[in-house]
Design a binder for this molecule. Structure first.
Ligand SMILES: Cc1ncc(C[n+]2csc(CCOP(=O)(O)OP(=O)(O)O)c2C)c(N)n1
Ligand code: SF4
Ligand SMILES: [Mg+2]
Length: 277
């Protein structure tokens, strides 16, 4: 196994919760039995995307909002690669929104982790589609008026076969990645990640509870839908409860399995470049 660390010094703000995500991903990769050469990572653009520089894996630091088609391209080129994509909430739910819906629909066998800090952090804290009403910044001095998007509900209706939300905590990240890589198909994982500079939602942590503790049945779409409605990403108050864990998991043929040529590559453990054309 290769050393996953890189010589690059992180430039995240001291105390940024992205450090927890980085530690969780590295812990998962270090404990995985798969050779690190068989992994590839893809990132968008933003604070989240700096993770690309801090993990010694092959991959593509792609364009803002284009993580998902890049992941799909890697899987089509080499279906045997273990691919993981990282986006910010702006990346996933604004610039990349159209890809997200089709990624859920296609069900290609890669995993997708969204660092949701409810702002465009790298460009100094503008609101995204998941920012709560009333949030003010220089671009929106009178406060956000529109209701936020609920990405968990969106993924459920778009047909995602694995839908999860965790907090930016090293053990939660490791746990959910293990579950996601045991799942065959697209895995949507949202991480609630406070941005200590522009959206310090540390208070959310006290509002969370684990779906495992309430005997949630992840195979039930009805139960998942009900739990997804409990937190709507708007202003939190004394009543707010934020469920964490795996909302929904189901089985459907993957994009790769629907393409006979790709099935052959998977069986022979080969990639497109090995095919004579
Ligand atoms: C197509 C395009 N639009 C806008 C930008 C400018 N831009 C760079 S990073 C960024 C914000 C990223 O926000 P998010 O995806 O939430 O990631 P975070 O920084 O919060 O981790 C923006 C708008 C860009 N690079 N490309
Ligand atoms: S601006 Fe926010 S998300 Fe970006 S590094 Fe600083 S704390 Fe982290
Ligand atoms: Mg963000």
């Amino acid at each position: 196994m290769t050393n996953l660390s890189t010589p690059t010094k992180p430039t995240w703000c001291p105390g940024c919760w992205n450090f927890q995500i980085l530690a969780g991903v590295k812990k998962f990769l270090e404990n995985s039995k798969i050779n690190h050469d068989d992994w590839a990572m893809v990132t968008g653009i933003g604070c989240h995307a700096k993770i690309f520089d801090y993990i010694n894996l092959n991959g593509i630091n792609s364009l803002h909002g284009r993580v998902l088609p890049t992941c799909l391209g890697l899987k089509v080129g080499n279906p045997n690669l273990n691919v993981i994509g990282f986006s910010g909430d702006g990346d996933a739910y604004a610039e990349g929104m159209e890809h997200l819906i089709h990624a859920a629909r296609y069900n290609s066998n890669y995993k997708y982790l969204v660092h949701n800090n409810q702002v465009f952090a790298l460009t100094v804290g503008q609101p995204t589609p998941v920012t709560e009403r009333g949030f003010k910044d220089k671009t929106t001095p009178l406060g956000v008026k529109t209701t936020p998007l609920n990405p968990i509900k969106l993924m459920l209706v778009a047909g995602a076969t694995f839908v999860a939300r965790v907090y930016a905590d090293v053990n939660q990240i490791e746990y959910v990645l293990k579950e996601a890589f045991n799942h065959k198909g697209f895995a949507f994982i949202e991480v609630i990640q406070p941005c200590i500079i522009f959206h310090n939602d540390k208070g959310y942590a006290e509002k969370t509870y684990s779906l495992d503790k309430v005997k949630h049945d992840r195979t039930s779409f009805e139960q998942a839908w009900k739990r997804a409605q409990e937190f709507d990403y708007d202003v939190i108050d004394a009543e707010t409860q934020i469920p964490l864990g795996i909302f929904y998991q189901t089985s459907r043929p993957t994009y790769e399995e629907l393409q006979p040529q790709l099935i052959e590559l998977i069986k022979k453990k080969k990639s497109w470049k090995d095919i004579k054309r």
